[in-house]
Design a binder for this molecule. Structure first.
Ligand code: GLP
Length: 232
């Protein structure tokens, strides 16, 4: 496990911005080294700055062969409330990704088989939920879980209610890459931003490796980089 070392501080950048820049640099390097790489891309507040940096990347970055896999997706929501719309808004429409290389689990009966046919994932960027979830693998999700339909915890629904107007409108279910799906990636990065993630990151990285804290399973992976804008 590699505790992400923040790149040389730029006086104009906050710590979370420099971390986002470091991740954007990593992604750009992967794309340059392997133009048809397969990426697992997160949603939520945490990766927003990273996507902004990638949108404004100074040199031309050719996304035309990159395969983009979303980590998770809600069921039965309005198009503008989907994670697919989030990724389209914050990233896809700003780069030359081919829409035939954009994948989300709700479109496929066997997402894991599709990932396998694409040669596996090269890199997944993950956030962490306040209850220790990764993607939508909620507490209690077993290590041996592949892409599946998940019931969302109340804490997860509450954390996302601002995007649905009210808690009642937040979906109860979603489809998510499973723990095994995530661990099958050749590289993983976990980005945690904000004091609200300190305790859960500490628990996930130093407590027992168990299904009650799904993010703790990431420690099994030999190429995990953890980046946080706080000490943990
Ligand atoms: C949702 C997403 C996760 C994300 C988490 C944290 O549950 N399914 O992929 O990591 O929220 O989101 P945020 O970055 O907004 O804290």
């Amino acid at each position: 496990m590699n505790r992400g070392k923040v790149p040389p501080q730029d006086a104009d950048l906050t710590n979370s911005e420099s971390l986002s820049y470091k991740i954007a640099e990593t992604l750009a390097g992967i794309i340059r080294q392997k133009p048809n790489c397969a990426l697992g891309l997160p949603t939520g507040r945490t990766p927003l700055h990273c996507y902004r940096i990638l949108r404004e990347w100074p040199e031309f970055l050719d996304w035309s062969q990159v395969r983009c896999f979303s980590l998770d997706e809600y069921f039965d929501v309005e198009p503008e409330q989907t994670f697919g719309h989030y990724l389209e808004t914050h990233l896809y429409r700003h780069v030359n990704v081919s829409r035939s290389n954009v994948f989300t689990a709700v479109q496929y009966d066997n997402y894991d088989e599709l990932i396998g046919r694409c040669g596996g994932l090269d890199y997944i960027l993950l956030g962490i939920g306040r209850n220790g979830h990764i993607a939508f693998n909620e507490p209690g999700t077993p290590l041996d879980s592949w892409t599946h339909c998940a019931w969302l915890d109340e804490s997860t629904r509450m954390a996302n209610q601002e995007f649905f107007g009210s808690l009642e409108n937040v979906p109860q279910k979603a489809v998510t890459m499973g723990i095994r799906t995530i661990l099958s990636s050749r590289r993983l990065a976990l980005l945690a931003v904000g004091e609200s993630k300190r305790d859960v990151l500490n628990l996930a990285m130093t407590g027992p490796i168990c299904s009650e804290v799904p993010a703790s399973f990431l420690r099994i992976h030999e190429h995990l980089e953890v980046l946080a804008d706080f000490d943990w």
